[in-house]
Design a binder for this molecule. Structure first.
Ligand SMILES: Nc1nc2c(c(=O)[nH]1)N[C@H]1C(S)=C(S)[C@@H](COP(=O)(O)OP(=O)(O)OC[C@H]3O[C@@H](n4cnc5c(=O)[nH]c(N)nc54)[C@H](O)[C@@H]3O)O[C@H]1N2
Ligand SMILES: Nc1nc2c(c(=O)[nH]1)N[C@H]1C(S)=C(S)[C@@H](COP(=O)(O)OP(=O)(O)OC[C@H]3O[C@@H](n4cnc5c(=O)[nH]c(N)nc54)[C@H](O)[C@@H]3O)O[C@H]1N2
Ligand code: SF4
Ligand SMILES: [Mo]
Length: 748
């Protein structure tokens, strides 16, 4: 190695797996990226996307300087000019029309971004609007809402104890493509293979025979949208056959078992067989096998959450895990204990306020606030149909809702009608083309990293901090500075507002709270002493240090020498392993009763709606589901040549029986029509989808005028969310139905 060559270690921020990367940098340029074999969690694994952080950094279309729209065309400007325009427009709108005239949408990459994790809040607080939207309501919100009712907080989501389980049932997840979600597990496929090698069984419930299903011992081709019925019938089978055994380890902490069993009694395997498309015998076998396994875990993912009964299905996953004795035990469904603190390691353990919704309602459809948000599906109408109460301005951060959220054409038109829009984003894409100002953060390689959100769903308790691999461009702000400054400007502090002051304030607030909190390891300590120890360099690193030091393994500023701290993580660039998951009930609970509230009334009440929906499923001829591909990442990695080359992937998969019936030929174009929209897509005839189901991936539909994604435009594909219906949602969480959309398909 020559003198100017160095090796950097960095956690990949592209998906939830969080793989460790080994990055070779030569003369200031990245020359190679491969899996870090010494990473304590990923041990060298990476997928084809991980090594493309270099291409992403070098992508000439990636924005390096702010863009401002002039006469309908985006032009590059200096940072000062961009800030001036925002300072001129945004506070004026707020002043004239009030805080609620501004809406915010936060997209998926902000969950993998330390800057955003810490300073989105600064922006939100400064804006003070209740009109907050995010990708959560087109994703995992139902899973968190169910957990929040049952366990008391939306961060207490059980994950499958993947490395120890003997029986894994994956419902509506395809980790061979997605690398896992709400289950942080680098090399998910390898972990599944090791499970099977030790004699464990894999069952996959999915309307498509996915790569994961192909690896499974059993594939159950369920009808989309009906997982709640299947799970309810599994629970009923356990009750009928005397298989229920919650287990001595948690029994005294679980309430409501008998009530749940009674409420689910009408959902017998026979009653749900036609609706689910799964035979009563198969449903019974699923229940028996799970109960017979020495340990087992049911894991539901996006196919279960983005449906009309997303919250119920997620709850019933917990119910089935509990009734089969697998809650909170090795090999079952367990709770991670995040190293950098979390809502379930702070405060008084075992009991809390529980969960509630409805602090505010949307203007048009009166949707309640859930987890501080409104449904993403309500954005368009809140802009166009809310009269004087309408959203006049929007800020988007790391989101592409025009491709990712329902009734996309309508949202596209609505964004065009805003008085003012600011986007914090690295691309000029289908959404940001509507922005008056685009503020680009540094590239993924130019920032430090710690996966604050996703390590809270990890199958081992690990911590890994990465320093920035490359320096930030001369004169450009870091992402946290952009977010904080945007907030300060919105609050009327002017274009020269100093983001460091917001950072200082946030940190001071956290320290103040901790020293006054009897359950904090720094309770009673001096605020100034702690602030001094954290240093004077503003930014996410010192806040992270504080969170690590006051977390459950923390060094606590000298009180626990050798404990977690930023310094410790810097000494260990391959990460620090705090061991396998451990039982956490009752300490994890934050419910008012101090028990696992399995029969929470909100969830129980929704069962009537489930029962009433059964006949409709039985009558549904054709529904649309999505799918993911290993080389895609939602809507935004299609500008990387190595990831999109090859066969076009945006195809409509149709079962041969349906193709025959509908007169569709492989390779020909079909028109797909839903209640709200219509599109043309090339047909791929394949028996990997079950009859009655067609599949189209989301995140395509590039090449719009005014975008700058030259590679993506060449393989534009179509936007599947033109077909998803903004009216169709899970009312408990406000999450959209993106799977199981009724459609008709005709040959064009
Ligand atoms: N039909 C259908 N629709 C779906 C889904 C589905 O399965 N089917 N899945 C849903 C799911 S799970 C999700 S999470 C959503 C995703 O929905 P979104 O989060 O709205 O969309 P993404 O495609 O992830 O777009 C991310 C945006 O962030 C930008 N970006 C990338 N990195 C950064 C960064 O570090 N900082 C900033 N500021 N910007 C960055 C990208 O350029 C892009 O504009 O889509 C949902 N939509
Ligand atoms: N390569 C790649 N990886 C990704 C992403 C990506 O876009 N590309 N996105 C990331 C994000 S933001 C997320 S949230 C995760 C999602 O992670 P996963 O949940 O694993 O996502 P998918 O691969 O879409 O798997 C969902 C499966 O549900 C099935 N399905 C559809 N409808 C139903 C139904 O009603 N019932 C059942 N049982 N199954 C159904 C689909 O056929 C599909 O196979 O992936 C993350 N990882
Ligand atoms: S699996 Fe996810 S985290 Fe790992 S390299 Fe691929 S994109 Fe990155
Ligand atoms: Mo997602």
């Amino acid at each position: 190695m020559s003198d100017d060559t160095r090796t950097a270690y960095r956690t990949c921020p592209l998906c939830e797996a969080g793989c460790g990367l080994e990055i070779t940098v030569q003369a200031g340029k990245v020359t190679r990226i491969r899996g870090d074999r010494d990473d304590v969690f990923s041990a060298g694994f990476l997928c084809p996307k991980g090594s493309t952080l270099k291409q992403l950094h070098d992508d000439p279309d990636r924005l390096r300087r702010p863009m401002v729209k002039r006469d309908g065309v985006h032009v590059e400007v200096e940072w000062d000019e961009a800030w001036d325009i925002i300072a001129d427009r945004l506070p004026a709108i707020i002043q004239e029309h009030g805080r609620e005239s501004v809406g915010v949408y936060m997209g998926n990459p902000s969950a993998h971004n330390l800057s955003a994790m810490l300073h989105n809040r600064t922006l939100l607080t400064a804006l003070g609007t209740r009109r907050r939207f995010s990708a959560s309501t087109v994703d995992q919100m139902p899973r968190q809402v169910a957990a929040a009712y049952v366990f008391g907080t939306p961060v207490s989501v059980p994950v499958p104890d993947l490395d120890h389980t003997d029986h894994l049932i994956i419902i509506g997840g395809n980790p061979y493509a997605s690398n896992g979600s709400l289950c942080t597990a680098p090399d998910f496929p390898g972990r599944i293979e090791r499970m099977r090698a030790r004699g464990g069984r894999l069952v996959v419930v999915d309307p498509r025979r996915t790569r994961t299903a192909e690896e499974a011992d059993q594939w159950v081709a369920i009808r989309p949208g009906t997982d709640a019925l299947l799970l309810a019938a599994m629970a009923t089978t356990m009750a009928e056959e005397g298989l229920i055994s919650v287990g001595d380890h948690v029994a005294e902490h679980v309430s409501g078992v008998d009530d749940v069993v009674a409420a689910l009694a009408p959902f017998t395997p026979e009653a749900v067989a036609t609706a689910t498309g799964v035979s009563a015998d198969d449903i019974r076998r699923l229940a028996r096998d799970l109960c017979a396994a020495s340990s087992g875990s049911v894991y539901g993912r996006i196919g279960t959450t983005t449906t009309e009964f997303g919250t119920l299905a997620s709850w019933l996953v917990d119910v089935v895990n509990t009734l089969s004795g697998n809650l909170d035990r090795r090999g079952g469904a367990m709770f991670p204990k995040p190293v950098a603190g979390s809502g379930n390691t702070r405060g008084k353990p075992g009991r809390g306020k529980g969960f509630s919704v409805g602090r505010g309602h949307t203007t048009v459809r009166q949707h309640p606030e859930v987890m501080g948000e409104y449904p993403a599906a309500a954005m368009a109408e809140e802009i166009t149909d809310a009269g004087d109460e309408r959203m006049r301005a929007m800020v988007t951060v790391a989101g592409n809702p025009v491709l990712s959220t329902p009734d996309a054409d309508r949202l596209d038109a609505a964004l065009a009608a805003l008085d003012f829009m600011v986007s914090v984003d690295i691309y000029l894409n289908e959404t940001t083309r509507h922005a008056d100002v685009i503020l680009p953060p540094p590239s993924q390689l130019q920032r430090e990293h710690y996966d604050l959100a996703l390590l809270g769903f990890a199958v081992r308790n690990v911590a890994n901090y990465s320093e920035a691999v490359l320096p930030i461009d001369e004169g450009a702000p870091d992402e946290w500075e952009i977010l904080a400054k945007l907030g300060l400007i919105a609050a009327g502090m002017g274009p020269d507002a100093d983001p460091a002051s917001a950072d200082e304030l946030t940190l001071r607030g956290m320290v103040q709270h901790a020293v006054g909190d009897p359950s904090s390891p720094v309770h009673g300590r001096s605020e100034d002493e702690i602030l001094a120890a954290l240093g004077t360099t503003a930014g996410p690193a010192r806040t992270l240090d504080f969170m690590l030091q006051t977390g459950p393994y923390g060094a606590a500023f000298g009180a626990n020498p050798g404990g977690a701290s930023l310094a410790l993580l810097k000494e260990h660039p391959h990460g620090v392993d705090f061991g396998p998951l451990q039982p956490r009930i009752p300490e994890i609970l934050r419910t008012p009763s101090g028990t696992v509230e399995l029969a929470h009334p909100v969830l129980m009440a929704d069962l009537d709606r489930l029962r009433a929906a059964m006949p409709a499923w039985e009558a549904q001829p054709l529904v649309l589901v999505g799918r993911r591909h290993l080389r895609s990442n939602n809507s935004w990695m299609h500008n990387i040549e190595v990831l999109v080359k090859g066969k076009p992937r945006c195809t409509l998969q149709v079962h041969p029986d349906d193709a025959d019936r509908l007169g569709l030929r492989d390779g020909a174009v079909a028109t797909v029509t839903s209640r709200v929209g219509s599109l043309d897509a090339p047909v791929e005839v394949t028996d990997s989808v079950r009859p009655g189901v067609v599949s189209l991936p989301h995140g395509w539909g590039h090449g719009q005028p005014g975008t700058r994604l030259r590679v993506a435009a060449e393989r534009a594909g179509v936007n599947s969310n033109v077909l998803s219906d903004a009216e169709a949602m899970d009312p408990l969480s406000g999450t959209s139905v993106l799977n199981g959309i009724p459609v008709s398909v005709t040959a064009r």
